[in-house]
Design a protein around this ligand. Structure first.
Ligand SMILES: *Cc1c(COP(=O)(O)O)cnc(C)c1O
Length: 382
């Protein structure tokens, strides 16, 4: 008998990550838009980064410099973009390890210039515009001033402009905000006689607009993480056509399986997390406990792949399933699909093992047209 695999574990199917990257890079290339593959939800996992690159993304982006350092040290050869404005305390690392950083604060850009001069390097700056979501960004009224600053600073190259929508406030990318970005790019190119190489139209939430608008203006880059790894657009969580939604699965193990009543016995107060769950009387059914809890996942973000199983609840280290329609035994493994928040939590939990399927299979694919091997389930169809 083979030794049991560790649980809980993430199973990351690298052929599916490659497939999703290739699909999105290909579709966006038709619109002359390059893809920056975003690795932050995978904590800069070098295998995932490699699968994205083999799938055709033109650069890699991460919001944490630690993750970029990890990928560089693992030997990943790519252009690296730091997606979060550099911390002053990490400026040297940013100049050393990131080719490009997204910026919105003049003081940070000045310090990048000082560090770049000291380290004998150049650093490329992409200026973020505030277009309504109220996370990072320079107001339109100040953009020309910051462009002038970038042009005056030694060892700094102005790479382009970009925006980030939806992440914090849920603002939808639409013709108004996207054209504002494009118009600004055109204006800056004329006013300063600049190439402005990249006009970066946002994250996975901008995909729908970019793929479906007649006129995408000057936008020529998107930074995609969730769409590649989870195969979903992020505005409504809909599966993207011909992409895998289960490139990443979570597997946990049953440690108790018993028939119990549906309603607790005794006086009810709040649970360990300050909530007061409610209960419906429906007799006895089998409940299964998995060795995994809120320390590893986000309860609302996991769905059992077996449709007859349902999540009842979880505490820090126990996840309870209704297995009345699909009886389980101690030692059984249960597989889940994950949303973004649950993926982030599981990737970050030190208790969740990361395992990989189909490593290297993309390298052996003849020309990027082949579908991933070992695919028991087909990707969602349009
Ligand atoms: C996280 C992030 C992205 C990628 O977001 P997804 O929703 O995973 O595509 C892009 N740009 C910035 C600035 C980010 O912080």
């Amino acid at each position: 008998m083979t030794a049991p695999q560790i649980t809980p574990r993430l199973e990351i199917d690298l052929a599916r990550v490659w497939h999703n990257s290739a699909q999105l890079s290909g579709r966006l290339a038709l619109r002359k838009v390059a893809v920056t593959g975003v690795t932050k939800v995978a904590l800069g996992d070098p295998r995932i980064a490699r699968a994205m690159l083999q799938g055709g993304v033109s650069s890699l982006g991460d919001s944490r410099i630690e993750n970029i350092i990890k990928m560089r040290q693992a030997g990943i050869q790519a252009e690296f973009m730091l997606l979060r404005s550099p911390q002053l305390s990490r400026i040297d690392d940013v100049v050393q390890y990131a080719d490009i950083s997204l910026n919105s604060e003049p003081e940070v850009i000045r310090r990048l210039s000082v560090a770049a001069q000291r380290l004998g390097r150049r650093h490329r700056v992409l200026l973020m515009l505030e277009l309504g979501d109220l996370r990072e960004g320079i107001p339109l009224s100040e953009i020309e001033q910051v462009v002038s600053l970038c042009r005056s600073l030694p060892n700094i190259d102005l790479e382009g402009i970009g925006t980030n929508l939806t992440c914090l406030s849920g603002v939808k990318p639409d013709a108004t905000n996207m054209h504002r970005l494009s118009d600004t790019a055109v204006r800056l190119r004329q006013r300063f006689g600049l190439p402005l190489l990249q006009v970066s139209g946002g994250n996975s939430s901008s995909l729908d607009w970019l793929l479906n608008s007649d006129n995408i203006g000057a936008v020529n880059n998107l930074r995609l993480g969730e769409a590649i790894l989870l195969g979903r657009e992020t505005l409504y969580g809909q599966p993207l056509p011909a992409l895998y939604q289960d490139a990443i699965s979570l597997v946990a193990e049953v440690i108790e399986a018993r028939v119990k009543p549906s309603v607790p016995e005794g006086e009810l107060t709040q649970n360990a997390f300050g909530e007061r769950p409610s209960f419906v009387q429906r007799g006895e059914f089998q409940r299964s406990i998995l060795a995994m809890g809120l320390q590893d996942i986000q309860l609302a973000g996991i769905v059992p792949q077996q449709p007859d199983l349902a999540v009842i609840g979880a505490s820090s280290d126990h996840l309870v399933l209704d297995s009345g329609r699909h009886p389980l035994q101690v030692g059984d493994e249960v597989r889940f699909n994950l949303n973004y928040a649950a993926t982030l939590a599981a990737m970050t939990s030190p208790f969740v093992e990361k395992t990989y399927l189909n490593e290297g299979s993309a390298e052996h694919s003849p020309s990027g047209v082949r579908s991933p091997s070992a695919t028991p389930r087909q990707p969602a169809d349009s």
